[in-house]
Design a binder for this molecule. Structure first.
Ligand code: TRP
Length: 367
């Protein structure tokens, strides 16, 4: 068992440097949006962390690990039905191929447990418009003029996107989750879930919902290889900016070769302002090796030019994803197996969800 090491940000949010030792009967919960294949940012920012966390627990601790796809959240973006369906399969296959073991955790689709939508309504009735309008995620979408899909005006924006964080809170609280591993872009949503948990407890005179702790993933945000001032994103028009975990070594090599660096010669240094490209590559190496940035820079002191740095990262990526690639191909061909995993996961999730929802109904007077 890895020793606990938590760097405290606030009482409710901790950056994990190694996997924490959870108290007995903790519930660790997280979802990702099913955007299809998983890229390096999703992998280092979420999925590998799920794998590490669910492997860290010993049986007698009776911890519950629940991970899955936020497919209801995916409806906040315009998508063809066939695309969403394919994305759900590809995302679940990527998660399993990346090493998340469905025997060690509950793996499921949010939409297959109707209690999410039910609790969402109860919490919507406790959420002020003011609080929601201060959420930075939707603000960044509304005011992103490149994003034609949102109409780039508040008036055109769909209510689903505005209310997105309430559904996220419902996801978390539905299982009375104690810990939620996420990237730091989700911190504000997690604060909302704590605030809604206490509003509910106060209004309905109970201590029913625990206040979930945010576990911030150890790797810093992975940036676009071509424009390292932006996040790595699947929707980037320049696909050379984004590495998928099931790509062939040749494609990965080609993308890494094209990654933006700088004209500074000699040793590599970590400097996000003056050397964003090189710093992004160092951050990826640190993430893959589970090391700190300082440790990584020290270990890379033998490197004297950008080519050596790029060759090194290609080698690491090849080793990390050698088995993932093949396993992903096998899984996507076997949708019967994927359906079975998710059905079993949904059944287990629903057992917990329906019990908790029954209690919510009793506390609110709906039952
Ligand atoms: N909003 C998260 C994201 O975009 C996905 C998500 C939905 C989530 N519900 C959640 C994450 C509950 C953690 C817990 O990545």
């Amino acid at each position: 068992m890895i020793r606990t090491s938590l760097r405290l940000y606030s009482s409710a949010s901790v950056q994990i440097t190694t996997i924490p030792k959870f108290a007995q009967r903790s519930t660790i919960f997280s979802l990702v949006q099913p955007t299809g294949k998983i890229h390096l940012g999703n992998y280092l920012g979420a999925i590998r962390n799920w794998k590490d966390i669910s492997e860290s627990s010993e049986n007698e601790q009776e911890n519950t690990f629940i991970f899955g796809l936020a497919d209801l959240h995916a409806l906040t973006l315009p998508n063809e039905a066939s695309v969403l369906k394919r994305n759900r399969y590809e995302a679940i296959a990527s998660i399993i191929a990346a090493g998340v073991d469905p025997e060690k955790c509950i793996l499921y689709h949010q939409s297959s447990v109707p209690e999410h939508a039910e609790l969402n309504w109860v919490l919507t009735c406790l959420t002020s418009m003011g609080l929601l309008s201060r959420m930075t995620t939707w603000k960044s979408k509304v005011f992103d003029s490149d994003n034609a899909a949102f109409g780039s005006s508040e008036q055109n924006m769909k209510a689903g996107l505005f209310c997105y964080p309430v559904l996220q809170s419902a996801d978390i609280l539905l299982y009375k989750s104690t810990h939620v591993p996420v990237g730091d872009d989700q911190s504000q949503h997690l604060e909302l879930s704590r605030s809604l948990a206490s509003s509910f407890n106060k209004q309905f005179k109970s201590d029913f919902f625990p206040l979930p702790t945010t576990l911030l993933t150890p790797t810093n945000k992975v940036l676009s290889l071509r424009n390292p001032t932006k996040k790595m994103s699947k929707s980037d028009l320049d696909q050379n900016s984004c590495i998928y975990i099931n790509e062939s070594p040749e494609v990965i090599q080609k993308k890494v070769r094209k990654a933006t660096t700088d004209s500074i010669q000699g040793k590599i240094t970590f400097d996000e302002v003056n050397r964003p490209g090189v710093s992004n590559l160092i951050n990826i190496i640190a993430g893959l090796k589970r090391n700190s940035i300082d440790q990584t820079v020290e270990e890379l002191s033998w490197i004297t030019n950008h080519k050596e740095l790029k060759d090194y990262i290609c080698e690491l990526l090849d080793t990390e994803f050698r088995d993932t690639r093949q396993y992903f191909e096998e899984l996507t061909r076997n949708t019967t197996y994927l359906d079975k995993v998710c059905r079993l996961g949904s059944e287990k999730a629903r057992e917990i969800a329906s019990k908790n929802m029954r209690e919510v109904k009793r506390l609110t007077g709906l039952d």
